[in-house]
Write a protein that binds this ligand. Structure first.
Ligand SMILES: Cc1cc2nc3c(=O)[nH]c(=O)nc-3n(C[C@H](O)[C@H](O)[C@H](O)COP(=O)(O)O)c2cc1C
Length: 210
């Protein structure tokens, strides 16, 4: 699954959140004012975060979203944010992304001002879980989701093992074929005849000696 983490942070709180999410997702958190921030290739999942400054997000976030091609987010966007008072930064983000036609995940993450260490750890875990979440199963009640997700994981493991076994067999077959070709190329029949003749003589000599 292709994942991107984008954010804008004036004071560092949202940056900390973005970096925790990126750690869980195994990618780099990139500020939207970084020249590398634009999404040139599609991602399945976009984590995007910002904070509230005078009831608005920073203009850099609006500019990033405006320039964003909605086709670059193929599955969903998960919004995160920080403020002193309300979850408004999340709602604003969800709103502007939705207007672009991007699917919004019902999941979101919020910190009141500076995120606590515990929240940062949870964010990393949250990101990891979201990446492995199967959107096809999203509407199931939690217990059924777990059962189905476990079943799917097992099936995937079995398929991986079968593919590995098939690859080993194919590799062994290719090696055997190559050896056969090499032997043929080396003139196997003559070589074998020579060896057989030598052996025959040796056996005859030994028999004579006896
Ligand atoms: C200039 C400024 C304006 C702010 N305006 C609001 C606001 O309107 N509502 C609110 O809840 N928090 C407001 N805050 C609080 C920030 O949203 C909050 O501290 C957030 O964690 C900052 O994130 P950052 O460190 O990533 O920039 C404001 C903070 C600053 C510095």
């Amino acid at each position: 699954m292709e994942v991107a983490v984008r954010y804008f942070s004036r004071g560092g709180h949202v940056k900390q959140m973005a970096e925790a999410i990126a750690r869980g997702a195994g990618v780099e958190a990139i500020s939207v004012d970084d020249p590398r921030a634009a999404l040139d290739t599609p991602v399945d999942l976009l984590f995007i975060g910002g904070a509230l400054y005078g009831f608005r997000l920073d203009q850099a976030i609006y500019d990033f979203v405006e320039a964003l091609d909605p086709e670059m987010v193929t599955n969903r966007a998960i919004c995160f944010g920080s403020s002193y008072l309300t979850r408004r930064p999340i709602y604003i983000l969800q709103d502007i992304l939705k207007q672009k036609g991007i699917t919004i995940s019902p999941q979101a993450a919020y910190a009141r001002n500076k995120p606590k260490e515990l929240l940062l750890d949870s964010l990393a875990y949250f990101a990891e879980t979201e990446i492995n979440r199967d959107p096809d199963l999203d509407r199931l009640p939690p217990i059924q989701y777990m059962i189905r997700a476990e079943k799917r994981k097992k099936e995937e493991q079995e398929a991986r093992e079968a593919a590995e076994a098939a690859a080993l067999v194919a590799e062994a077959e290719a090696e055997a074929e190559q050896e056969e070709d090499e032997l043929e190329a080396d003139g196997l029949p003559e070589a074998t005849e020579e060896v057989a003749a030598d052996m025959g003589e040796t056996v005859a000599e030994e028999a004579e000696e006896e």
